[in-house]
Design a protein around this ligand. Sequence first.
Ligand code: SAM
Length: 277
Amino acid sequence: MHSITWNPEHISTTWFDSHFNHAANRVLDWIGSELDLNEANAMLDFGCGGGISTLGVALRHPGIEIHGVDIGDKFQQLPELAEEQLHLAQLPNNLHFHKIPPLQVLADDFSVDAVFSWSVFEHVPQSQIPLIFADLYASLGDGGVFFLQIEPLYFSPWGSHLRRFIDTPWAHLLWSREQLREAVMDYCGNIPPQHQGHQYRERDMDSFKRFHLREFDSLNRITAGGIVNQVRDAGFEIIREQRLNMDLEVPEVLLEMYQKEDLLTNGILLLARKSSS
Ligand SMILES: C[S@@+](CC[C@H](N)C(=O)[O-])C[C@H]1O[C@@H](n2cnc3c(N)ncnc32)[C@H](O)[C@@H]1O
């Protein structure tokens, strides 16, 4: 193993910082509270996207093989981005990316100590979640851990993932789909830096807006309680859980249709373990 130099002082975008530092450190803190990271051999980042947080984990733990899997291939652009943001000459040898078809059986190819997923399971069709959780369970060795984060959840105030265009809480539950589309397409303000991700770099504004409307249509409606149940149903034991609650006044009309708890739960972080057999 040769050491690789990288310099976080060059990080210039909120997007890169929030993934390379915030997300990667959260993943490591949570997993590291249950697993000795100095003893771990391999980890899987399920739905790694552009791979920035995957890289953040890999650089901080060169002794662990880190595999990022995704149905897309945005991680192809990581070398260029890492050179720009970290002055990293090449990706580390312990970092591996794999483009997979949806529902590929990962347990056939991977045996890992930990799996993590950051902002992924609100994007997966709900019917596929039990199959994927069962596969992730099978990809872990006995005592292996699974860290999952989702934020925002669908029923939360900005659960549409459209806050970059619409600041009205619960607009997606209060307005028609057509009103939502018009508000997005008519938006002409700036995009907040924390939302200037991969798509913002790649697309013009019109295509960026259409991408996010399509993404909204594809979101599932899982709740915090629902995801916890699915993790348990796959055989995991929940070790730790944090629900991100909001303190906002909920419109009466929504309270008649939805659970108040779901409307005010912005996100969830959880850590689960595959019990030793
Ligand atoms: C919002 S992005 C998050 C990416 C990354 N985890 C991050 O934090 O930047 C969601 C990712 O989940 C991936 N994804 C959705 N369904 C998937 C599936 N069935 N298997 C693997 N990846 C999937 C998408 O391609 C996308 O890259």
